[in-house]
Design a protein around this ligand. Structure first.
Ligand SMILES: Cc1cc2nc3c(=O)[nH]c(=O)nc-3n(C[C@H](O)[C@H](O)[C@H](O)COP(=O)(O)OP(=O)(O)OC[C@H]3O[C@@H](n4cnc5c(N)ncnc54)[C@H](O)[C@@H]3O)c2cc1C
Length: 375
């Protein structure tokens, strides 16, 4: 029997769920409050880091292996290159989370890491200036995702398998009845068999879901001067993550278009009460922090920034994802709290949401992401 599924939110997670469900034969309808692929949420932009030896928590590693397979399958179906497994360069103090967590996850799961001497780091990556005490390594099973192409491929793939996408349709209410579950759209109730909630940083606006667990945070991204356009993958400029001795974590990407090198800070950011709130503007401080980072750590690049963009993190209390059936009704499935590191997982999250919608269960590797850990 075909199941009718409504998905609320067409960010990368809603798109991935729509793709997985429609391929398995579900009748999928996606509702997005803005235009598809808008820039007011978390999923816009050209690139996202991909890493496998996951310093955030080693239990993500098995899920990441499935995610990589999912990206490759989407590449085959869409005909696009989506995942560039070029390696990621990392530097930080050996005892701090980036290096110790990456090494720990690699050891636990038998992943390879190339530990490189400071001498090798300085001739391979001459644009960086690092502290003598920092450890340097390259993770080979890492790289970056062409994010906007990936988002388009998932939405187009879902549509090709019959999913319907309704743009500019904010859903502020869902309900459960004995016969079905419903959402109210344009003042009218529409009934479905299942609802999947993938609202990103807007989770707090949906009753009974993210008010307690998800807090929006605004981050800024910067593109360095076009003088840095030549810092591309072919010259050996790998995506990088550098953790300062004080814990601040900066990352960047090779130039993939005329905007040049993109740099951001994973730590920091402005906590918001409302994700649409533009009142808190911390861009001066964030811009100064990036310029300071570039001057100190990347003197081989121009430290002038020529473009900036906002993006939202949907922070969970512990920085880990929250994925499960709704405690009040098992016909409601949700995935939220991606805390600024979810994009790389999208294909496997889509499959897990499809499993949960079809059978009420998914693979045990997702157990550590259930919300009961907060109770
Ligand atoms: C600056 C920045 C850098 C990042 N870097 C990385 C990285 O390098 N690697 C990585 O893996 N991840 C990274 N991330 C995180 C990753 O991008 C996010 O985890 C991911 O995009 C979250 O997707 P989402 O679908 O949950 O949220 P969103 O993309 O925000 O999608 C949610 C959608 O739901 C819609 N919506 C919400 N409520 C409603 C409603 N009531 N009715 C209708 N529609 C609704 C919203 O409009 C939105 O389109 C980064 C994020 C940012 C901001």
């Amino acid at each position: 029997m075909t199941i009718r599924v409504a998905i609320i939110g067409a960010g990368i997670m809603g798109a991935a769920a729509a793709y997985a469900l429609s391929r398995r034969g579900a009748e999928v309808t996606i509702f997005e409050q803005f235009a598809a692929r808008h820039d007011r949420g978390s999923s816009h932009g050209a690139t996202r880091l991909y890493r496998t030896a996951y310093f955030e928590h080693p239990d993500y590693v098995p899920i990441l292996k499935r995610a990589a397979a999912g990206w490759r399958e989407l590449e085959r179906e869409s005909g696009e290159t989506l995942l560039e497994m070029c390696g990621v360069f990392m530097a930080g103090m050996p005892e701090n989370p980036l290096i110790s967590g990456t090494v720990g996850a690699a050891e636990k799961h038998g992943l390879s890491l190339q530990r490189i001497t400071r001498n090798e780091a300085s001739w391979r990556f001459p644009w960086f200036a690092l502290d003598p005490a920092m450890e340097t390594l390259i993770e080979p099973e890492a790289g970056f995702i062409y994010a906007s192409k990936a988002h388009t491929a998932l939405l187009s793939g879902a549509k090709a398998h019959g999913a319907a996408l309704h743009e500019n349709r904010p859903i502020d209410k869902w309900d459960v009845a004995s016969a079905d579950v419903g959402i109210t759209v344009d003042g009218q109730r529409r009934g479905f068999d299942k609802i999947i909630l993938t609202p990103g940083a807007f989770a707090g606006s949906l009753k009974g879901l993210g008010e307690r667990l998800v807090k929006p945070m605004r981050k800024k991204l910067y593109w360095t001067s076009p003088e840095n356009q030549g810092f591309t993958l072919p010259i050996g400029f790998l995506p990088f993550g550098i953790e300062e001795p004080d814990g601040r974590f900066f990352y960047g990407f090779p130039a993939v278009d005329s905007d040049g090198v993109k740099v951001g800070e994973h730590t920091g950011g402005a906590a918001l009460t409302n994700p649409d709130d533009d009142a808190i503007d911390y861009s001066d401080q964030a811009g100064r922090d990036i310029a300071d980072f570039l001057q100190r750590r990347a003197p081989g690049l121009s430290s002038t920034t020529t473009k900036e963009q906002s993006c939202l993190y949907a922070m969970s209390p512990d920085g880990h994802f929250i994925i499960d059936l709704h405690p009040d009704d098992e016909r409601i499935v949700f995935a939220m709290g991606f805390s600024g590191h979810g994009f790389k997982f999208a294909p496997v999250i889509g499959e897990a949401l499809a499993d949960l919608a079809f059978t009420g269960e998914t693979i045990k590797e997702f157990d550590f992401l259930k919300p009961e850990r907060f109770s």
